[in-house]
Structures are given as structure tokens and as C-alpha cells.
Design a protein around this ligand. Structure first.
Ligand SMILES: Cc1cc2nc3c(=O)[nH]c(=O)nc-3n(C[C@H](O)[C@H](O)[C@H](O)COP(=O)(O)OP(=O)(O)OC[C@H]3O[C@@H](n4cnc5c(N)ncnc54)[C@H](O)[C@@H]3O)c2cc1C
Length: 383
């Protein structure tokens, strides 16, 4: 008999959530991560309010700031600010946020082994996970190993998932400048064919970064340096600078078999409008736990996880993709009028705030605009 019901590889938001929900239901769970925790993860740390609603515990202890203002610019010009009236997202440092989620998984009964890089899998009805000087087996495997997903690949899953790249720096801004960014998320548009730079406020640093299509990954460092210069922060000390992939599942790419499932970035569950993934990491961790429990009790095979993701998560990711093609398509065709229109008409950003707060969904907002699929398809062809 397997020692564990499930081994979870990766203790990011997806893995810790799956582990917590499994352990809370009485499953024997082992979480492995190659890193010692707390660990840094390249990330803006923007957590839409709707994410908090997925968690059965408060996250206040790790919230650095909450933003209600969205400051939008096009290459530093045509700047406008929209006020959501109340916070639409929290800002966290990932090392503290992820450590909180992992702590909750351990409190629920999950066992954690840090500093353990999984290098091999033997799958034969059950799964044996092989790391240096360590082996463990379980009846189920949850691959929560992030966008590179080496373990997902070993399980034969995740082929064909699209990707892009992002680069983040954490900057020690002078106190006055730091203060001027309070409660505000700054987005700078104007990258071709799509992409944006951001400034997200934290308690003692600013997270500044850029997300671009994969072919432009090599330009990210220089573009962030140019953005820092434009913000008057070229001389500010940079605490950390790092890039990482983000993956996008667009169709039926395989994310489950009878033994293993992919969750979070490993499954490409990030949206193509904001490039956020934490919400979907937590959501897919919950769906994975539900399906592992069903499989453990013999109610349904583990492969039903993919069906549930297709039903519960993919409509939202597809809608975000349509909105993204429409938004960036208009921006490329007519940047000045489109910026002017989005600054004058509240609909777009009000809908965005409603999604972030969990009061609406991308799918619902996209359905309100029946011409969107056709428009987005046209923009895509003209890209
Ligand atoms: C620069 C940047 C900015 C971003 N900003 C935001 C944002 O503001 N808001 C947002 O919602 N999303 C953002 N994202 C996306 C977000 O970071 C991811 O969607 C999220 O981290 C996914 O969580 P996860 O649990 O799936 O994977 P991860 O958080 O990447 O965790 C994967 C874990 O797996 C471990 N691991 C990997 N391989 C192995 C192995 N072989 N053995 C053992 N352990 C292994 C890693 O050490 C890691 O701890 C950003 C991404 C980038 C790159």
C-alpha cells in the first residue's frame, strides 16, 4: 500500500491549496519543493479580491497594500486614473503569501519536505517520486511545479501549452516616491503587439515589471530599465531582479491522466488579459483536491479533473483571451482614440474592477458584448 494518498510537487499557491484541502479531508499528503521556504517567486504579487474569497482563512497578515486606484498610461502619456471606490486587489510579497498558504496546509495535516528536487517518476498503477537521496510513493500525484513543469512533463502531461515571459524588479524607492504610489496600481501600455509594464506598491518596495510575448523575452531587462528611468527611479537600489515564464492553456491540452494532474502554472492556468495566475492556481488546487478525493473513494477516475477544469475554469480563460485580443487590437489600430475612449467611458474599467472583486466574471462581461468573438478574431488575424 502507498504511504501517501497524494504527493504534491511544488508548494506555491496551487500546491499548498491542493495539499490543504486534501489533508483537511483526511488524506495522507506529502508536499515536496526544491526550495527552502519562505522562497522568492518572480511575481507582481497582485491578488485580486476574488482570490481571497477562495480561501477559508484571512490573509490580512501578509497584505502590504490594497489598491483601489488604477493609473493607466500609454508609453507614459495620455495618463488617466480610474477609481474603483473600494479596493479591487491586495498587494503581497510572494515569499510571505506562499508561506502562509503552506503553513495552512501543514496545519491541516500535510507533511512538507523542502529542499527536495524531484528528478524522476516511476508510474505503475501508483507513483514513485525520486529525488536525490529520497523516494516516496503515493496513489496520486499533483504536479504544482510551476510554469516550467519538469515533473508534469515526466508524467507525460502539459504538451502544447502556450507561454509568454515576464520580468520583475523590486525597487527601494525613496519614502516620498513610495508614498505617492500607495493604493494605486500603475499600468503602462504601448508594447507591440501586446504587453504592459506595471508598478505595484508594497510596504517598503515597489514591484516593477513587464510582461511581453515570448519572442521579446530578451528585451525585457532593457525595457524595465527604460521604464525605471521614465519613473525617475533609475538610481534607486534594486533588491531583486528576476524573470519567469507564464503559461496559457488555450484548448484541450492534456492536464490529467489516471495517476497525475497538473494545477496552476503547470497547467497553463493564467489569463491572457492581465497575465495573472494566482487566482487560477488556487482554484485549480481546489478542483484537483476534489478530484483526488473522488478517485481515492472510487467514485470517479482522476481524469475527470480535466473535464472539471474545462467546465469551471476554461470559459473564464477563453473570455479573458477574447477581451485581450479586442483590447490590444484596438490599442494597436488607434492608440490615441482608444486611450481617450477608455478614459472617458467607465464601462471597460468598471467591468474590470467587478471581475477583480469577484462581483462578475470575464465570461459574463464578454457575453454582454455579442460582437466580441468576431471582433477579437479579426484583431487576431490582423496581428
Ligand atoms: C514576473 C511575474 C509577475 C507576475 N505577477 C502576477 C501577479 O501580480 N498576480 C498574479 O495573480 N499572478 C502573477 N504572476 C503569475 C503567478 O506568479 C503564477 O501564476 C503563480 O505563481 C502560479 O502558482 P503555482 O503554485 O502554480 O506555481 P509556483 O508559484 O511557480 O510554484 C511552483 C513551485 O514548484 C517548485 N518546483 C518546481 N520544480 C520542482 C521540482 N522538480 N521539484 C520540486 N519542486 C519544484 C518551485 O520551487 C515552486 O515553489 C506573475 C508571474 C510572473 C513571472
Amino acid at each position: 500500500m502507498s504511504r501517501f494518498d497524494a504527493i504534491v510537487v511544488g508548494a506555491g499557491p496551487a500546491g499548498s491549496t491542493a495539499a490543504r484541502e486534501l489533508a483537511a479531508s483526511g488524506a495522507r499528503v506529502l508536499v515536496l519543493d526544491r526550495a527552502e521556504f519562505p522562497r522568492y517567486k518572480a511575481c507582481g504579487g497582485g491578488i485580486p479580491l476574488r482570490t481571497e474569497r477562495l480561501l477559508p482563512f484571512p490573509i490580512d497578515s501578509v497584505v502590504e497594500d490594497s489598491v483601489s486606484l488604477l493609473d493607466v498610461a500609454f508609453r507614459g502619456r495620455q495618463r488617466f486614473v480610474r477609481d474603483s471606490g473600494a479596493p479591487f486587489a491586495h498587494m503581497v510579497m510572494r515569499e510571505r503569501f506562499d508561506a502562509l498558504l503552506l503553513d495552512q496546509a501543514q496545519r491541516a495535516g500535510a507533511e512538507f519536505r523542502p529542499g527536495t528536487t524531484v528528478r524522476g517518476l516511476e508510474i505503475d498503477g501508483k507513483v514513485c517520486v525520486v529525488a536525490e537521496g529520497f523516494e516516496a510513493d503515493a496513489s496520486h500525484l499533483v504536479c504544482a511545479d510551476g510554469a516550467h513543469s519538469p515533473v508534469g512533463k515526466m508524467a507525460g502531461l502539459g504538451a502544447g501549452i502556450a507561454e509568454c515571459a515576464a520580468w520583475e524588479v523590486e525597487v527601494q524607492a525613496p519614502a516620498a516616491q513610495l508614498g505617492s504610489y500607495r493604493s494605486t496600481a500603475l499600468i503602462d501600455l504601448g508594447y507591440n503587439p501586446w504587453g504592459y509594464a506595471w508598478v505595484f506598491p508594497k510596504r517598503s518596495v515597489l514591484s516593477i515589471g513587464i510582461v511581453l510575448p515570448p519572442g521579446q523575452a530578451g528585451t525585457m531587462k532593457d525595457r524595465v530599465a527604460a521604464y525605471l528611468d521614465r519613473l525617475g527611479l533609475a538610481a534607486a537600489p534594486v533588491e531583486i531582479a528576476r524573470g519567469h515564464k507564464i503559461r496559457f492553456r488555450r484548448g484541450g491540452e492534456p492536464i490529467a491522466n489516471h495517476t497525475a494532474v497538473l494545477v496552476g502554472d503547470s497547467a497553463g492556468l493564467a489569463d491572457e488579459f492581465t497575465e495573472e495566475g494566482i487566482y487560477y492556481a488556487i482554484e485549480s488546487g481546489r478542483i484537483a483536491a476534489r478530484n483526488v478525493l473522488r478517485s481515492l473513494s472510487g467514485v470517479a477516475p482522476l481524469t475527470t479533473y480535466q473535464r472539471d477544469i474545462d467546465r469551471e475554469v476554461m470559459p473564464e480563460l477563453r473570455a479573458a483571451r477574447l477581451i485581450s485580443f479586442m483590447f490590444y487590437g484596438m490599442l494597436r489600430r488607434a492608440p490615441r482614440p482608444w486611450m481617450l475612449a477608455s478614459s472617458k467611458f467607465p464601462y471597460l474599467w468598471d467591468a474590470f474592477f467587478a471581475v477583480q472583486k469577484g462581483e462578475s466574471t470575464y465570461a459574463r462581461e464578454a457575453a454582454r458584448v455579442p460582437i466580441l468573438p468576431g471582433l477579437a478574431a479579426r484583431m487576431l488575424r490582423e496581428q
